[in-house]
Design a protein around this ligand. Structure first.
Ligand code: K1U
Ligand code: ZN
Length: 188
């Protein structure tokens, strides 16, 4: 198992709709296991395959707390929402692909979801609390939707611009000033 790199805004892959998983083979199982390791290392409570650069309909979640005796990892392949509850819940969500941004998001408090597990066995799950929130957050990733899409266009654009600026300065680091090599400051 390995910790993979998590892509961040403004990577265009985050806006792509992920394709269905067609075959559960050793490569897909290795990806799911790497995603769990990546999620625990971050740390996070969920992760979608697209966040590690693989746009396939696969996500992992684990909302067990540090106090819990055991981890409760879930692997959801080709998840489908069957029902959303009518009651709503607000949770302050983070996103590993949008570091240092936390937003209060209102979502249905419960969700019924059908999926294939890591072994390819069809499963149905009714979730509430943080698990319901995390599953909806991760399914949004599979559809190219991000938590900033819950904001007004103006606020969303401010965040996107900040990340674009950060990505640009990471690519072209400012040259250290070294008057000895260019005393007149003539080079760009
Ligand atoms: O998909 C992701 O970007 C992961 C994200 C999922 C998520 C967070 C909050 C609510 C719903 C879904 C995270 O896990 S961000 C990290 C985080 O919130 C967290 C980390 C450690 C313990 C508890 C929460
Ligand atoms: Zn996220």
């Amino acid at each position: 198992m390995a910790v993979r790199n998590i892509i961040t805004l403004p990577d265009p892959l985050l806006r792509k709709r992920s394709a269905a998983v067609e075959r559960i083979d050793a490569e897909l199982i290795a990806l799911a296991d790497d995603m769990l390791e990546t999620m625990y290392a971050a740390p996070g409570v969920g992760l979608a395959a697209v966040q590690v650069g693989v746009p396939r309909r696969l996500l992992v979640v684990d909302t067990s707390s540090k106090e819990d005796e055991e981890r409760r990892p879930l692997v959801l392949i080709n998840p489908e929402i069957l029902e959303l509850g009518t009651e709503m819940r607000v949770y302050e969500e983070g996103c590993l692909s949008i570091p240092d941004v936390r937003l209060e998001i209102e979502r249905p408090a419960t969700v019924r979801v059908r999926y294939l597990d890591r072994e390819g066995v069809p499963q149905e799950l009714v979730a509430d609390g943080l698990l319901a929130t995390a599953i909806q957050h991760e399914i949004d990733h599979l559809n190219g939707r991000l938590i900033i899409d819950f904001l007004s266009r103006l606020k969303r654009d401010i965040i996107v611009r900040k990340f674009k600026k950060q990505a640009k300065s990471a690519k072209t680091p400012e040259k250290e000033s070294d008057p000895g090599s260019d005393p007149a400051g003539l080079t760009a």
